[in-house]
Design a protein around this ligand. Sequence first.
Ligand code: SF4
Ligand code: SF3
Length: 538
Amino acid sequence: MFCFQCQETAGNKGCTVRGVCGKQGSTADLQDLLIYSLKGCAWCAKKLGHWEKLQPDLGLFTVRSLFATITNANFDDNRISVLLEESCGRLEKLQKGLDDATFTKAPACARYAADMPHPGSGILEEENEDVRSLRELAIYGLKGIAAYTDHAAVLGVEDTEHYHTIISLLADLAVERDQEKLIDLVMATGKAAVKAMELLDKANTSTYGNPEITQVDIGVRNNPGILISGHDLKDLEELLQQSEGSGVDIYTHSEMLPAHYYPAFRAYAHFAGNYGGSWWHQNKEFESFNGPILMTTNCIIPVKESYKDRIYTTGMAGYPGVRHIPDREKGGRKDFSSIIEQAKSCPPPTELETGSITGGFAHAQTLALADKIVDAVKRGAIGRFVVMAGCDGRQKGRSYFTELAEALPDNAVILTAGCAKYRYLKLNLGDIDGIPRVLDAGQCNDSYSLAIIALKLKEAFGLEDLNQLPISFDLAWYEQKAVAVLLGLLYLGFKGIRLGPTLPAFLSPNVASILVKNFDIKPIADVQSDLPAIMAGT
Ligand code: SF4
Ligand code: SF3
């Protein structure tokens, strides 16, 4: 196997024996083949033109398959094999639409039939490390885009043009080797990332209302509970509906925390609060939760025996030996009754902490405070906004983000989204004239809100360039959704972003220097040297 798609890759080079995340070689190989096969489908589809006439759901199938290959989403070889088989079937049908001359010129990924090619279908097939680096940068961005696109589709928001963009990018990435053109494809991926986040924002807010300032309880109640993790709000909605009146409380974990900010979910009296921290604490926290756990997307990590009989996956998440709640039929809903029944016989969660955290500062809520914020900036009460969004992870060096948050002067406001927030959300950093010093917009896709807020502030201050705003970026990345968010921010024109705890292993030295030269991307250093630079906007 070879995989270097996430921040925790072995030695910051690549996982070659077994993933640091727990991914087996067999799963990595199957995922490589799936990507290879999706590229083949995309290439044929692009050549055909209006592929949706032939396969109306190819766009959705492609994004769901890409989603299944994200870090910590699906460890189940059987589930990946099913997707691979479907992909091969789709390829065969698409090939039939091509004329002989086109088919002869098709790249290998678009030419194979039922037999899967192997080896040589993996990442290292490309020998030029810069070509490989640019390709994988775009592919990982596409994986993140795929996750957001699927979440939006679950809520009924789909966009044909967006699917065409994804298919077209995949098709081009299958064959393109020219570095200038690959850079253009990377930028086009950033544009598609903004579109995916916009679609998901529309899906979430039109279905569940605009997030509002909310205090979320982090203690526990006396009833048995179900813990729901991941990013899928539709799953949460159906779980809340089906468990109402059952005597079972619903708690969020990790990236599901921001669900509390939506008015539609707050209306449920048994929506109890948030339990624990970010994804990588799950082994301990799932044990002490005592009740069933529902993983709706990434991030699931290797499951311990102590809670294996009470953890479930659904959607594109999967883990061998773990019960999977099937997809909803068209117009129907998922059946969570087995989880609710199991919860009734479980003890209530063991208390980890007490108190509350505050969040809900997505674009509508924050822009409602715009006058107050602009005034605070003009008076100097707010000296700088520091965007500290992204992912959390196990690496020790990530304590940097907590230390930096603590060290920021009192006139700095942290804008956050994604599970990176757990590094400072509970620090009680106080407020500035009633505006909390940590403004949590929501899940990682709600980084879109942070971009909207920045664009509106630019207008309010009458600035020509976004980069004249008193905003610095200090992002934490872990998996591929963070890559999508980063490419989205670059596409929107933000420069000088700090990124850590390490730069991606998939950036070759040359590609890293292109990013430095064109976008002034910087690796994080240490708090002492970064703090003054961040406050000075350099
Ligand atoms: Fe390694 Fe990350 Fe790939 Fe897992 S997802 S195999 S940890 S690079
Ligand atoms: Fe977190 Fe996985 Fe990335 Fe959605 S839950 S931000 S790591």
